[in-house]
Write a protein that binds this ligand. Structure first.
Ligand code: NAG
Ligand code: NAG
Ligand code: NAG
Ligand code: NAG
Ligand code: NAG
Ligand code: NAG
Length: 586
């Protein structure tokens, strides 16, 4: 096999070409690149392994279908996003048991992976990244349960916005053709399983959702940009906080913020960025620094209200592009979102005045794309509710940074912890309910350089435990959910000199596991594990040839459904795909 396709300059969705920072042999850093083209005649399908949606079981026919958009994203960089109009289908009124969004894309030619966002009325419905095409063409489908957006989907004359910044010229020829469609299922149409689980409200990463009451919110308000370049806020640094002013309805009894986040440019591989001191003292030609810690946070009137360690998501051009064909990395097609229960803060915002909701990223460098949806539940039996915040425990982040290096070899270690607790009561027609939200998380992140900087090890392990408890005035627990997440990521890269000065070889092993269990109102467990191994020959900035295997085992279980799957992709082909029978239980 001999490939002649160049990777040239690397640039991500919303930036102009930035200077090349493909790893030099002396300092391997993961990067993104073009993959060499396989010789294939038919278009190839790409997939992200995830569990089926309830509407995928048995013969489920939607009650009605609504085309949301159909557009070809060619040379869209620095142009306004694509927009169109939306009104719900007239022939199937609410309530909907389910609403499913289907995103379908095709592309042919030469192109990088790109980031895209889809918004309805300024509220984001999907954050997705694209697969890298080939001359024979590729296609893929993303399906997401969007039932939690029902109140939005029921509104008429909304603006649909989609941003997919792409560059098309003599070199980059791939145009992304995208169709988005909504499928509405009326009550009775969806039989298996019959309840709305918090899990299905969210992406495949698991039941991180705290929307445990099971009914979609009555109102969704975007915390997002006005939209000249898409509704996402672009964050360039740690001091770059973005705000939106919101007036909360006086009868709001519950509020959950759903955060969308993706990282690009110099922070695309933030978990593997060494500190600036290492880059400067070795004179390395890269801006991918500022260490291997990031934290996304949300503020209300400039007071801290919630935070999260983002899960690493590797886009299809990342690390070794041969790993992600045709199985993409965890979350690449449906980026994880994070639900933050802000109900304890209602006592601070129910005064008829505007309040400032802010989003920022600790330690960020350029750039992050963030925005959020506020899901608000209203008391339909009362014009207003009464609320007060009672517990506000937000200690400073505890972080230890160990830094040792001598020339190109070294070890950088970060240990970070935060334990927060917020509580508040809301007296509505449902009673006087106290919501306590606690979150405990720890992160350990290590980068090691050995063999004169030619061997790089990245290890990151995040542990998160989140709990929401709702009690009545007799202190009886009326609802609760608890989620534990463990997600270790390991990447080992060895860079070897090539046959000539401008060539080198890279061997990479990668393991990414996401394990999540949920207890309380809704019990489930998920283990999603990818293991990749491979090598690539790089000349200048082109992947000339390579070999790669990716295995993925996915297992999900709750009281209604069980799904096990094991796949192996080898050198761009799916060579084994085994669903394993299992039994729903809990
Ligand atoms: C280590 O790498 C640097 C930069 O590539 C090189 O100049 C130096 O000679 C190397 N040292 C050894 C001992 O190989
Ligand atoms: C989008 O839908 C149109 C109309 O149904 C169809 O002609 C086109 O092939 C579709 N494109 C994709 C990328 O699915
Ligand atoms: C609601 O319950 C909390 C805690 O039990 C109590 O402190 C508060 O006074 C109650 N509020 C109302 C309006 O009764
Ligand atoms: C509340 O808890 C008490 C004792 O823990 C129990 O006797 C009572 O039945 C509970 N009330 C409700 C409404 O669940
Ligand atoms: C990848 O794993 C294999 C098998 O354990 C090992 O032999 C190889 O050295 C590893 N490669 C790297 C770059 O760590
Ligand atoms: C990749 O998978 C194939 C098929 O199972 C196997 O023969 C080969 O040894 C694997 N290669 C590596 C590097 O693991």
């Amino acid at each position: 096999m001999h490939y002649t396709f160049a990777l040239f300059l690397l640039f991500t969705a919303t930036s102009p070409p930035f200077s090349l920072s493909f790893s030099s042999p002396s300092a391997p850093a993961p990067d993104r690149s073009f993959k060499p083209f396989p010789s294939r005649s038919a278009p190839q399908e790409f997939i992200e392994i995830t569990h089926p949606l309830p509407s995928d079981y048995a013969a489920q026919f939607p009650t009605c279908t609504r085309a949301l958009l159909s557009h070809s994203f060619a040379d869209t960089i620095n142009k306004p996003p694509f927009t169109t109009r939306y009104s719900p289908p007239s022939n199937c009124p609410r309530p909907w048991a389910r609403v499913i969004l289907e995103f379908h894309a095709t592309c042919k030619g030469e192109q990088y992976s790109r980031i895209a966002g889809l918004w309805l009325g300024g509220c984001e419905l999907l954050r997705t990244s694209t697969a890298e095409p080939s001359q024979s063409g590729i296609f893929w489908t993303v399906r997401k349960d969007v039932t939690s957006y029902s109140s939005l989907l029921a509104r008429s004359k909304l603006k649909v916005t989609m941003m997919l910044e792409n560059v098309v010229n003599d070199v980059y020829t791939g145009i992304y053709h995208v169709n988005c469609t909504l499928f509405f299922y009326n009550a009775g149409a969806v039989m298996v399983p019959s309840i709305l689980s918090p899990h299905d409200f969210n992406s495949k990463l698991g039941p991180q959702s705290f929307k445990y009451f099971g009914t979609p919110a009555d109102l969704i308000i975007p915390i997002a940009d006005d939209g000249e370049k898409g509704h996402w806020f672009r964050i360039e640094s740690a001091s770059d906080l973005k705000f939106k002013k919101v007036k909360f309805p006086l009868n709001a009894y519950r509020v959950v913020l759903e955060l969308y986040v993706s990282f690009h440019g110099n922070d695309e591989f933030w978990y593997s960025n060494p500190p600036d001191s290492y880059i400067e003292s070795n004179n390395l030609p890269t801006d991918r620094g500022n260490g291997n810690f990031r934290e996304v946070f949300v503020t209300i009137d400039r007071n801290f209200a919630a935070s999260e360690f983002p899960l690493p998501v590797i886009y299809t051009g990342g690390i070794n592009p041969l790993f992600w064909e045709p199985i993409v990395a965890i979350g690449a097609f449906n980026l994880p979102t994070y639900d933050m229960d802000l109900t304890p803060f209602l006592g601070r915002v129910l005064d008829g005045k505007k309040h400032e909701i802010g989003i920022g990223v600790n330690d960020a460098i350029s750039y992050w794309l963030v925005n959020a949806n506020l899901h608000i539940w209203l008391d339909h039996k009362a014009p207003r509710v009464w609320a007060r915040s009672s517990v506000y425990h937000y200690p400073k982040l505890s972080i230890d940074r160990g830094e040792y290096f001598k020339l190109l070899d070294g070890r950088f270690e970060i240990k970070a912890k935060r334990k927060t607790k917020f509580a508040g009561w809301v007296k509505s027609s449902l009673g006087n309910l106290t919501t306590a939200v606690s979150r405990h998380y720890g992160l350990k992140s290590i980068i090691k350089f050995k063999n004169n900087g030619t061997y790089k090890l990245v290890h990151q392990k995040a542990k998160v435990t989140g709990r929401v408890q709702v009690r009545n005035e007799m202190l009886n627990l009326t609802a609760h959910v608890s989620v534990r997440r463990r997600c270790p990521l390991d990447v080992a890269t060895a860079t070897l000199p090539g046959s000539r000065k401008d060539r080198y070889l890279q061997h990479t092993n990668l393991s990414h596991l996401i394990r999540e269990t949920s207890t309380g109102e809704f019990r489930s467990s998920l283990a999603n594990h990818q293991v990749s191994t491979g090598r690539m020959k790089v000349k200048d900035h082109s992947v000339r040839s390579g070999k790669a295997n990716t295995t993925q085992s996915f297992s999900y279980r709750d009281a209604f459904a069980c799904y096990n799957r094991y796949v192996l992709a080898s050198n761009g082909k799916l060579v084994s795909d085994k669903p394993k029978p299992c039994v729903a239980s809990f």
